[in-house]
Design a protein around this ligand. Sequence first.
Ligand SMILES: NC(=O)c1ccc[n+]([C@@H]2O[C@H](COP(=O)([O-])OP(=O)(O)OC[C@H]3O[C@@H](n4cnc5c(N)ncnc54)[C@H](O)[C@@H]3O)[C@@H](O)[C@H]2O)c1
Length: 362
Amino acid sequence: MAKETKKLRVGIIGTGGIAHSHARAYLQMEDVQIVGGADIVPGKARKFLDEFELNSAKDFEDHEELLKMDLDAVSVCTYNTTHAVCTINALNKGVHVLCEKPMSVTLSDAKAMDAAAKKSGKILTIGFQPRYDPNMLMIKDIIQSGTLGKVYYVQTGGGRRRGIPGGTFIDKELAGVGALADIGCYGLDMALNSIGYPKPLTVSAYASSYFGTNPKYYKDADKFTVDDFSSAFIRLEGDIVLDFRMSWAIHMDTMGDTIFLGTDAGLKVKPAGYGTPWGGAWDGTIGPVFMYHDVCGNMAETAIPIKTQPFDRFFAKVRAFVDAVALGGEAPIPCSQILYNQAIIDGIIRSSESGREVTIEL
Ligand SMILES: NC(=O)c1ccc[n+]([C@@H]2O[C@H](COP(=O)([O-])OP(=O)(O)OC[C@H]3O[C@@H](n4cnc5c(N)ncnc54)[C@H](O)[C@@H]3O)[C@@H](O)[C@H]2O)c1
C-alpha cells in the first residue's frame, strides 16, 4: 500500500477577488488541503468556501480565530492596509505566509513583517506572479548574463491610458496607496529583480489624482482618495538610476516602454497590451522584447523571440510557496528584496508630499 503523506493544511485570509486564484491553485495540488477561510464581511468566507465545495473547511470573520486552527500556511489576500496585521499574527503563530502584493502600505509595516518572519523562522513570501513568467525569467537571464554590459539606467512602469479599478482599490483607508502600489509595485519588482535588486538610495517624485477625482473620467470620483499617477527618479546603489512612471489614467497611450541601458547593449520591453486602454503599463505581462546592439560597427536591432505558450503564473506562484514550505526551503520571493520595493513606494509618497528629494533609510 502506498504510504500516505500528510497534506499541508492551508487557510485563506481575505476571501475577495484574488483569493479565488489562490484557492484554484491549492485545489490543483494533491499535497494541500484548504481547511479554513476568514473574511471580516459576515458570511463572505462561507460563501467563498462553498463556491469551491469546501464543505468541511471552517469559516471565520476574525483571522485570529482561523489562526487557532492547526495550520501550516496561509495566503493573506486582504486589501493592502491589513496585510501587515494578518501576516504578523500568522507568523507569530508559527504559520508560513504567502502575502499578496504590495507587501504593505508603509515601510515601517514592511519592516515589522520582515522582523516577524525572521523571529518566527517561518517563510514570508510576497505574491509577485510575473516573476514566474517564462519571458520574465528570460529577460532576467539576458541581463544577468552580462550581455548588456554594465546597466546604468532603467526606465519602467509605463501606464494605463484608462484603467482605474473599483472596489477597495480606490479607498485610502483600505488600499492605502493607489496606482503606485497596485501596479507600480509590479513594474518596480520586474525591473529591480532583473538587475539584482540594488539598494535604493534617494527618490524625487511626483504623484497626483486628477482622473480618479474627476466625475468626467471616473464614476465614483467622490469616493476616490488615492493616487492615479506618479513618476519618480530613483538613485540605486551601483551608480544606476531608475526612471519610474505609472498610471491608472492619462491622456497618452503609454508612459513608455521598459528599457535597460547597458554599456554593451540596450533592452526594450514593450507593454503586452499596448494599444488598449488598460494595456500601456508594465504591470505583469511581457510584450515584444528588442535588443539594441552594435554588430561589427553596425547598429542593430534584434527581436528576441517571446514564448507564447499559455503559462499559469498564478499557479506557479502558489506552487513555489508550497514547495518552499514542504521542503523547508527559502522564501521564493524574499521580503529582504521586497523591502526595497516598499522603500521606493514609501520614498515616492514622501517625496511627492514634501515636493523635494528624499533619502531612503532602511
Ligand atoms: N497578484 C495579483 O495579480 C493580484 C490581483 C488582484 C489583487 N491583488 C492584491 O490582493 C489583495 C486583495 O485584492 P482583492 O482584489 O482580492 O480585493 P478584495 O477587496 O476583493 O478582497 C479583499 C478581502 O479582504 C477582506 N479583508 C480585509 N481585511 C481583512 C482582515 N483583517 N481579515 C479578514 N479579511 C479581511 C475584505 O473584506 C475583502 O473581502 C490586494 O492587496 C491586491 O493588491 C493581487
